[in-house]
Design a binder for this molecule. Structure first.
Ligand code: GDP
Ligand code: MG
Length: 441
């Protein structure tokens, strides 16, 4: 898939702006990528439409190719759709004891996630947490939570045989208040499929506990189904966020996009393994790359850019070594300097330049000089730029006038150029140039 995408984007590298056809061609592949990542069809349709509308006619930023531009637009849009809360990892747990209700299908990872989050709250925020299992269907499930609690050093509500989930929830609430807990987490029972009884039970528990957060735990490896499940849970119980588990597997996580787009519920956490620390706050850009499977391409593009720059530098260096350092080269350097944060930024980057910076400050040299120098070079003809020796007095007058500056300033530039060219030549011979350039890259 990556290959297919990159070949499409390769073809796009030749043109200068994003035409409707360019975008359509690229988006056909993006569409396939999304479907392969298990994003549901209506979501894919909307997404593709949104990107096409944004991309078509967009001017291609200088120095990046149209293909790269499309990748960026796709990425940005994906990220935009996936972004929910500003701070997805921040659970609302003021007013202790704050109830957190965990819901989801059986095997989705509710019990594991309950313990992971409890540990997180304890370790990171110093919260006192109580966990209670409401899974009366499977006694082993209650044991499972108790064992995890011991393992992570978080209290669990003592198991009392014969209680209903609602009774357990009530007891947890009381116990949390009496015991001075900051948070109590209710790990509910799941079913293999969503059914009326499961929903009714969860709703009853919700009414008793009045949770601050209701987190829906969803297996990230399930595709389409996850969306229906999320929709149903949200309609009937109301969820405040989604936890996507098993993202350590090879699933592409397309469910995340569908769920976000259809239910509008933010994804808050991502489960990344069975261990108690294997949970992270949701990061849209990471999942975006994963869904598209274009992480490789993005890296490739970046690498290509680096290589290109390195090649350019290499070519420039060869010229310098031969003493060919003309006004075009100087202009390129001046442009580069401005881009890198001007004089100040440049000097800060180069070792041993602090002293020189002090002198420059004293002499009143700043970025406006860079800009004036660029203006002077712009005012030269092609021939003059390539061969500064041509710069006789009459030409100098014309150039200075063209740039709206004094000839004295142009003279300074010419002198500076000469000095730099000499220095380049010397450095080139000693191999110092290569080192200097490397440090600047
Ligand atoms: P529950 O039925 O919803 O409570 O699911 P469990 O918490 O019992 O989890 C079911 C299985 O999935 C267990 O073996 C967990 O260790 C495993 N599991 C849960 N979350 C993750 C995850 O993020 N990655 C992986 N690889 N396994 C997980
Ligand atoms: Mg469980």
């Amino acid at each position: 898939l990556s290959d297919r995408l990159s070949s499409v984007f390769d073809r796009l590298t030749k043109q200068g702006a994003l035409s409707a056809d360019d975008v359509k061609t690229a988006m056909r592949e993006v569409r396939v990528a999304l479907l392969e990542a298990d994003v549901s069809l209506p979501v894919v349709r909307d997404f593709v439409k949104a990107v096409e509308a944004k991309a078509t006619g967009q001017a291609v930023t200088k120095s990046i190719t149209p293909g790269q531009q499309v990748i960026k637009i796709v990425h940005d849009e994906l990220q935009h759709v996936l972004t929910g809360d500003e701070d997805p990892g921040k659970l609302k747990i003021d007013n202790p004891p704050a109830p957190i209700l965990m819901v989801g299908l059986q095997g989705s990872g509710k019990t594991t996630t309950t313990a992971k989050l409890a540990k997180r709250l304890k370790d990171r925020e110093g919260k006192k947490v109580l966990m209670a299992s409401l899974d009366t269907n499977r006694p082993a499930a209650m044991e499972q939570l108790a064992i995890l609690g011991t393992q992570i050093g978080v209290d669990t509500l003592p198991i009392v045989k014969g209680e209903t989930p609602v009774q357990i929830a009530k007891r947890a609430k009381t116990q949390a208040s009496l015991g001075g807990y900051d948070v109590f987490m209710l790990d509910t029972a799941g079913r293999l499929h969503i059914d009326a009884e499961l929903i009714a039970q969860a709703a009853e528990v919700r009414d008793v506990a009045n949770p601050r957060e209701t987190l829906l735990v969803v297996d990230g490896l399930t595709g389409q189904d996850a969306v229906n499940v999320a929709q149903e849970f949200d309609d009937k119980i109301g969820v405040t966020g989604v936890v996507l588990t098993r993202m350590d597997g090879d699933g592409r996580g397309g469910a995340a996009l569908s769920m976000r787009a259809i239910t509008g519920k933010p994804i808050r956490f991502v489960g990344l393994g069975e261990k108690m620390d294997a949970i992270e706050t949701f990061e849209p850009q990471r999942i975006a790359g994963r869904i598209l499977g274009m992480g490789d391409i993005v890296a490739l593009v970046e690498k290509a850019q680096e290589t290109l720059e390195a090649e350019q530098a290499e070519r420039m260096m060869k010229r310098f070594q031969k003493g060919r350092f003309n006004m075009n080269d100087l202009k390129m350097q001046l442009d580069q300097m401005l881009k890198m944060g001007g004089m100040e930024g440049m000097m800060g980057m180069m070792p041993g330049m602090n002293k020189m910076k002090g002198q420059m400050d004293k002499a009143g040299i700043d970025d406006s000089i860079l800009r004036r120098q660029i203006a002077l070079i712009n005012s030269m003809t092609k021939a003059e730029r390539a061969n500064p020796d041509l710069l006789a007095a009459s030409r100098k007058k014309r150039i200075a006038k063209g740039a709206g500056l004094e000839v004295s300033e142009l003279n300074k530039l010419v002198k500076q150029h000469r000095q730099m060219a000499d220095m380049m030549k010397k450095m080139g011979k000693g191999g110092m140039l290569k080192q200097a350039m490397k440090q600047m890259m």
